[in-house]
Design a protein around this ligand. Structure first.
Ligand SMILES: Nc1ncnc2c1ncn2[C@@H]1O[C@H](COP(=O)(O)OP(=O)(O)OP(=O)(O)O)[C@@H](O)[C@H]1O
Ligand SMILES: [Mg+2]
Length: 255
């Protein structure tokens, strides 16, 4: 199967590409550009956005960082939740609140200002943090959110360097997957090739061809609903500038 190059929309998040209640998985090695792409896609969501910042690596204009799930202001359009300890108890509480968020927002009372729309998108830059890289340790509320949240208007945009170490439903319940041309760890490739309906060899060859043409920041996008795969060149600077958050520059091992 041949990946087609994009011609129409400027970004996979544009047009009818990504719906707010979709699950989107962005894969690649450290420094490939996962967070940049995630921040760009999240900026396109017009519903409430909760950024789960497990590395304390983001500056989110207009949002005050909050570390206790109980202190989240469910009135805010953008919520910046920082949790660099990544205790599963906190992760569990956070997703439980996201699940019950409708009730949390109704408590605001008749005078309260509710965010536009009813939807919520949770943004997680490293999905392995949802289970401390131990898929069988995934909190029940995270599983619920991933498996049943879509019907409630609860979306997810998640990144991962090692997709076999993330909650299994963060791989199986998705509508979109993107893999950067930098490639994947060879222990992950078989699992992910299946999502593209490719053999591991075909996926490796497609990614390395993309890398040869555009470098590591290019990516291969798969819409699992329409079963179409599109090769994208690196997100251009002007689109990366349209971001929901700024990444505090960090060292990248091979960047
Ligand atoms: N399309 C692009 N063109 C040029 N540079 C890019 C592009 N995307 C990302 N970068 C740059 O690459 C670096 C790494 O990007 P980013 O932090 O998004 O990677 P990451 O995959 O999230 O890494 P990590 O797994 O370590 O979090 C940053 O300096 C970013 O500005
Ligand atoms: Mg990142």
């Amino acid at each position: 199967m041949q990946a087609s190059s994009q011609t129409q929309s400027e970004t996979p998040a544009g047009g009818r590409g990504v719906r707010f209640s979709d699950r989107v998985l962005i894969l690649g090695r450290s420094g490939d550009g996962k967070s940049s792409l995630i921040n760009h896609i999240a900026a396109g969501a017009s519903c409430q956005v909760l950024i789960y910042d497990t590395k304390d690596e983001l500056v989110v204009p207009g949002a005050t960082p909050v570390e206790d799930p109980a202190r989240i202001d469910w009135n805010a359009r953008i919520i910046h939740f920082v949790d660099d300890s990544c205790e599963l108890k906190t992760t569990g509480r956070l997703f439980d609140l996201c699940w019950k968020r409708k009730a949390a927002r109704e408590e605001i009372g008749p005078g309260g200002k509710l965010p536009r729309g009813y939807g919520l998108v949770v943004v997680v830059h490293e999905a392995g943090d949802l289970c401390l890289d131990q898929p069988n340790q995934t909190p029940r509320s995270v599983i619920n959110y991933l498996k049943k949240g879509r019907q409630r208007g609860l979306g997810l945009i998640a990144g991962s360097q090692r997709p076999v170490n993330i909650p299994p439903s963060a791989r199986t319940e998705i509508q979109h997957v993107a893999t950067f041309a930098g490639g994947l760890d060879k222990r992950d490739i078989a699992e992910i090739a299946g999502l593209y309906e490719l053999t591991p060899q075909e996926l490796n060859a497609t990614l390395s061809d993309l890398h040869g043409r555009y470098g590591r920041h290019a990516f291969l996008w798969r819409d699992l609903t329409t079963r179409t795969t599109t090769a994208w060149p690196p997100l251009p600077e002007h689109l990366r500038a349209r971001s929901i958050a700024t990444i505090i520059e960090q060292e990248h091992p091979d960047g």
